[in-house]
Every structure is written in structure tokens, then in C-alpha cells.
Design a protein around this ligand. Structure first.
Ligand SMILES: NC(=O)c1ccc[n+]([C@@H]2O[C@H](COP(=O)([O-])OP(=O)(O)OC[C@H]3O[C@@H](n4cnc5c(N)ncnc54)[C@H](OP(=O)(O)O)[C@@H]3O)[C@@H](O)[C@H]2O)c1
Length: 204
């Protein structure tokens, strides 16, 4: 389930509130049970969720007894999500870190985590690039990192992060960069007259 948001049948994006369905009308647990049926029928091998917080995962498990295999969430040095990562790992839910380079922020402001002195100095020490350090940091936390690049050299560079091993001191330094700074806000599903608010998506 890509987001804890329901779309009216036939839509996978919403241009207005009428193209969305509230979770009272279409509970996440109903969608989740339907996904489990697809898995039982062999139509999919694995099922998971994305952009789910702790209460939403907990409720899904309580309501259906089906634990997601994966939660795919935004994670980068500016948005580390420690509590959610710990919760998932305790419950044996794999965590995929999306936007692991935090670079949408970089594009919009010119300053992303790759420009931080801490990342630059760790990169220098390990003879690595800032992107490789951020990906190595994600892997050291036992999360799966999925950087996106359309550039052949940067794709190769990103694969090279598997050879970068950060130590406890590096990890502790990067931990200090957390700013609780979310880039993917779910704003695409928030309309003044609609069923979703930022609070309903992230806090409830
Ligand atoms: N589940 C969800 O709701 C959700 C939401 C957002 C994203 N995602 C997924 O997460 C994946 C990645 O996320 P993202 O694209 O938002 O962020 P990202 O991977 O953190 O950053 C991508 C940006 O970083 C640049 N980049 C890639 N490698 C680099 C390198 N080695 N050095 C410098 N810049 C580099 C890319 O430019 P170039 O292409 O020019 O290299 C691109 O601008 C995608 O597969 C996406 O589908 C999932």
C-alpha cells in the first residue's frame, strides 16, 4: 500500500477531494486483507506498506493479524525516523529508506545533507563520496536504501557504497544531523474539503 490514503476506483492520483475516499469509508485493514488474498492466490509474492506510522501499522496488525513484510519510508540524515525504524525492526518488518540522499531538499534550496561538514569529513576519511556515506549510513542501520539516479556514473557510485563501512563514531556524528525534516508530505492528498490532513496522515 503506497500511502495510507484511499483513492476512488479508477484514480491513482487526485485532482480534487471527490477523487479520494476517507478511511472511514475504506479502512486500511480492508485494503490490507484484500492484498493478503492476492498473496494467498499466488498473484503476488510479497506485500508491504509505505508511509505508515507506528499507530497505523499497529492497528493493521491488531485488526488483521497480518504483519507487513516491509514499510517503505522516507529516511535520510535530515529525517532519521529512529522510533519508527526501531518499531519496525522489533516487529520484524523490513524497512526501506526512500529518498536516502535527501536530495529533493538539495534541489529546492541548494543545501542538502551532502553539503554538511560532518558528511564531507566522513567522506574524506573513507575516501568515499557524500552520497556513498549517506547510503552506507542507511545500510549500517539495517535499512534498505533505494537511491534514484538517471546518471550511469552516479548509479555506479551509489553501488560503491556497499564497500564503505562506517564506524560507531561516524554513526554518532551523523545521528546529530537529524532535523525531523520531511520532504514527502503527502500534500497531494490534502484538500480543504477532503478527508485527509497532514495530521491524519502522519500523526493519527
Ligand atoms: N514510497 C514513496 O512514497 C516514495 C516517495 C518518494 C520516493 N520514493 C522512491 O525512492 C527512490 C529515491 O527517492 P528520490 O528520488 O526521492 O530521492 P534520492 O534517491 O534521495 O535522490 C535522488 C536525487 O539525487 C540525485 N543523485 C543520485 N545519486 C547521486 C549521487 N551519487 N550524487 C549526487 N546526486 C545523486 C539524483 O539525480 P540524478 O538522477 O541526476 O543522478 C536525484 O536528483 C525512488 O525510487 C522513488 O520512487 C518512494
Amino acid at each position: 500500500m503506497h500511502w495510507p490514503i484511499a483513492f476512488r476506483t479508477g484514480y491513482d492520483q487526485a485532482e480534487n477531494a471527490s477523487e479520494l475516499v476517507s478511511l472511514d469509508e475504506q479502512p486500511l485493514s480492508t485494503t490490507w486483507e484484500a492484498m493478503a488474498k492476492l498473496q494467498e492466490k499466488g498473484l503476488t509474492k510479497h506485500i508491504g506498506v509505505s508511509n505508515f506510522n507506528i499507530p497505523k501499522i499497529q492497528k493493521l496488525i491488531n485488526d488483521t493479524s497480518i504483519v507487513p513484510e516491509m514499510n517503505q519510508i522516507e529516511i535520510h540524515p535530515y529525517f532519521q525516523q529512529n522510533e519508527l525504524v526501531t518499531f519496525c525492526q522489533k516487529n520484524e518488518i523490513l524497512v526501506t529508506a526512500y529518498s536516502p540522499l535527501g536530495s529533493r531538499k538539495l534541489t529546492s534550496t541548494g543545501k542538502g545533507p551532502d553539503k554538511e561538514d560532518i558528511i564531507l569529513s566522513i567522506a574524506k576519511e573513507h575516501n568515499a563520496t557524500p552520497a556513498q556515506v549517506m547510503l552506507a549510513w542507511g545500510m549500517e542501520r539495517n535499512t534498505i536504501v533505494i537511491p534514484k539516479s538517471v546518471n550511469k556514473e552516479r548509479i555506479k557510485e551509489n553501488f560503491g557504497s556497499v564497500n564503505v563501512k562506517l564506524n560507531d563514531e561516524d554513526m554518532a556524528k551523523i545521528a546529530t544531523l537529524d532535523r525531523n525534516q520531511r520532504l514527502s508530505t503527502g500534500a497531494f492528498a490534502v484538500f480543504a474539503d477532503g478527508p485527509y490532513t497532514p495530521e491524519s496522515i502522519w500523526e493519527e
